[in-house]
Design a protein around this ligand. Structure first.
Ligand SMILES: C[S@@+](CC[C@H](N)C(=O)[O-])C[C@H]1O[C@@H](n2cnc3c(N)ncnc32)[C@H](O)[C@@H]1O
Length: 348
C-alpha cells in the first residue's frame, strides 16, 4: 500500500501514485498491451514505428546526413517502438552508422522490461537530458507528456486556488482548495493559463523537462516530435483520467494499480516553444500525419499476397490508428525545431 495519508497537491499525489519507488503504478506493473491497462500506437501496429523511422531518416537527410546524429526516445514504455525502430534500421545502413539512440526513462522496472525487449547494443539508457552531448539531436515522445504529473487550479470570486487531495486511513476523503502565492499567479499569467470558468491545468514538471530539451535543441541543433492525446482549444475541463484493465477508473481509487493521465494542452506547448525561438509546424492529427507519410500505401504493400486473416488484421490495426472517432483525431502531432531547418514533412 502507498501511504497517501495527509494532504497533497494534485501533482504530488500523481507523482506518488504513478512513480513511488516501491508502490507506484509505473514501478510495480507492466501496464502495456492486452493484459495491461492500455495499448499505445507502437503496440497496435509496428507499421506506426516504421513510419516514424522513415520520418526520422527524412529529417536526418534534410540536415545533410550528419555523421553524428542523436535520437532520443522520451518515455519508451515497454520498448515496443524502439524494438521496431532498431530492427528496421538495418535496412538503412548509412543512417544506422550515424545514429546514436538514447532512451530517456525514469522507471527502473520499465528499464528492465525495455532492456529485455530491445536487446540492442547501440541503445543507451539515460536519466538526464544533460547526458546527450552530440548533435544534431531529435527528441521523440509518444504518449510521454500525458504521463507527467500536472497541477490543477481554479478561480473563485477573483481569487486563485490550487487543488489538493486529502486522504485519511488510506481512503480518499475530499478535495481541498488553497490560496496560491503571487509567484504562482505570475507564472500562470505568463503562460496565459488564467481563466475564470472551469479548471486550470498547469504541467509544471512537463514544462521543466521541455525547458531542458529546448536548451539542448538550441545548443546542438535539432528538434522535437511529440505525439499525444490532447487538445488545441482549451475548454477549462478537468482532463485527469484513469484506466484499469482498459476500463475507466476514478483516479483516486485503485492507486498504484491504475494508470492516470491527462489531456495535453498543445496550445500551451506551442506558446512555450515559440517563446524559446523554435520554428513550429502547425499541429496536425495523427490521422493526417500518418496518411501523409504513406501508412495506407505501406499497409497495402504488406497485405499483397497475405492471407485473408493477416490482411484483415493489418487493416483492423490501421483503422485503430487512423479512426477519426478515436486515436486518429484525438492524438495530435507537434514538431518544433531549431530555426536552422524548417522541416515540414507530414504537416503540409
Ligand atoms: C504512457 S507511457 C508511454 C509509452 C510509450 N511511449 C509507447 O508509446 O508505448 C509513459 C512513459 O514515460 C515514462 N516517463 C514518465 N515520466 C518520465 C520522466 N519524468 N522521465 C523519464 N521518463 C518518464 C514512463 O515511465 C513511461 O515509460
Amino acid at each position: 500500500m502507498i501511504n497517501l495519508n495527509g494532504t497533497r497537491s494534485i501533482d504530488k499525489f500523481l507523482e506518488k501514485a504513478l512513480y513511488d519507488k516501491n508502490y507506484g503504478y509505473y514501478s510495480k506493473k507492466n501496464p502495456f498491451g492486452k493484459k495491461g491497462d492500455f495499448i499505445t500506437a507502437p503496440l497496435i501496429s509496428p507499421i506506426f514505428s516504421e513510419i516514424i523511422l522513415i520520418w526520422v531518416i527524412s529529417y536526418w537527410v534534410s540536415l545533410g546526413k550528419p555523421k553524428k546524429f542523436s535520437f532520443v526516445e522520451l518515455g519508451p514504455g515497454n520498448g515496443a517502438f524502439c524494438k521496431t525502430f532498431c530492427r528496421t534500421l538495418k535496412k538503412f545502413p548509412d543512417f544506422k552508422e550515424s545514429v546514436q539512440i538514447y532512451l530517456f526513462e525514469r522507471s527502473e522496472r520499465l528499464i528492465k522490461i525495455q532492456k529485455k525487449n530491445i536487446n540492442d547494443n547501440n541503445v543507451t539508457w539515460i536519466k538526464n537530458i544533460g547526458q546527450i552531448k552530440d548533435g544534431p539531436v531529435l527528441f521523440f515522445g509518444n504518449e510521454f507528456f500525458d504521463s507527467i504529473p500536472i497541477k490543477q487550479f481554479k478561480i473563485k470570486r477573483s481569487r486563485i486556488y490550487e487543488k489538493f487531495i486529502y486522504f485519511k486511513n488510506d481512503k480518499f476523503k475530499k478535495f481541498i482548495f488553497k490560496k496560491v502565492s503571487k509567484k504562482t499567479i505570475q507564472k500562470l499569467k505568463e503562460l496565459n493559463l488564467l481563466r475564470k470558468k472551469g479548471v486550470i491545468e498547469y504541467p509544471q514538471k512537463g514544462l521543466q523537462i521541455l525547458e531542458l530539451i529546448t536548451k539542448k535543441i538550441n545548443k546542438l541543433n535539432g528538434g522535437i516530435l511529440l505525439i499525444d492525446y490532447g487538445y488545441t482549444k482549451p475548454q477549462g475541463n478537468d482532463t485527469l483520467q484513469s484506466l484499469k484493465s482498459h476500463k475507466k477508473n476514478v483516479f483516486y481509487k485503485n492507486i498504484g494499480k491504475a494508470d492516470i493521465t491527462y489531456l495535453v494542452n498543445f496550445k500551451l506547448l506551442c506558446k512555450y516553444l515559440l517563446k524559446r525561438k523554435l520554428f513550429l509546424n502547425r499541429i496536425v492529427s495523427q490521422n493526417f500525419f500518418l496518411k501523409k507519410l504513406g501508412i495506407i500505401e505501406r499497409t497495402e504493400m504488406l497485405s499483397k499476397n497475405a492471407s485473408f486473416k493477416v490482411k484483415s488484421d493489418l487493416y483492423y490495426r490501421l483503422e485503430r490508428l487512423l479512426s477519426k472517432k478515436k486515436m486518429g483525431s484525438l492524438f495530435k502531432v507537434l514538431f518544433a525545431a531549431n530555426n536552422k531547418n524548417k522541416f515540414n514533412l507530414g504537416f503540409e
